[in-house]
Design a protein. Sequence first.
Length: 224
Amino acid sequence: MPYVVQADDALAAVAQVRRHVGDVPVGLWAWSQGAWPASAVAARRPELISFLVLVAGSGVSPAAQMRYGTAQQLLLNGYGSAELADLTRLRETLENAVRGHIDRTTAQAVIDGYADRPWFPLAHVPRDLDDHRGTWEDMDHDPEPVIAQVRCPTLLFYGEADEWTPADDSIAVWRRAAATDDLTVHRLAGCTHLPTAGGAETLESISSDHHNTMPTWVQQQVRR
């Protein structure tokens, strides 16, 4: 779903909250790629959004994040520089096909050349482009100009072992570009892309560090 549509949905949700509870401080919590539309809402409607809490939010484009994330998947599974070079060519081929820079027949030939590699499932590239005829209009979305318009207090969480978001690069973008003078960055020990212990996918495994840090920070913002 395009990020502009997701942002509109978030605005509708904020309006619904205000209809029920009145004129109170409202913040947005978002995870991973949800950080892009959440940041856009805060930038576009600063009078409505009092604060942001973003978990594993990327400060680079979706295309750049996917190149980083898939490379990490190969590294975590024991592959080396030769496979990483092949992955780069494969991902760039897919991106250029989606952008319309090369025709799909040419791109499919490249995919066919790598499809039997044992690491291919980790590349997150469709095996048959004919079954994926759509485009990804937000693939080259640049978060930095949006971040430069975020003026509300913002809390950023990143797992210390995040394997999908380039955390250091993303933090650098926020620190360089954000308009807010209240930016807090918190690294979650023992967490990967999810704010959970060891990347588990249960509510019970959500990091106690996340649980303890977020309510205290939010309460400080509400008291202001």
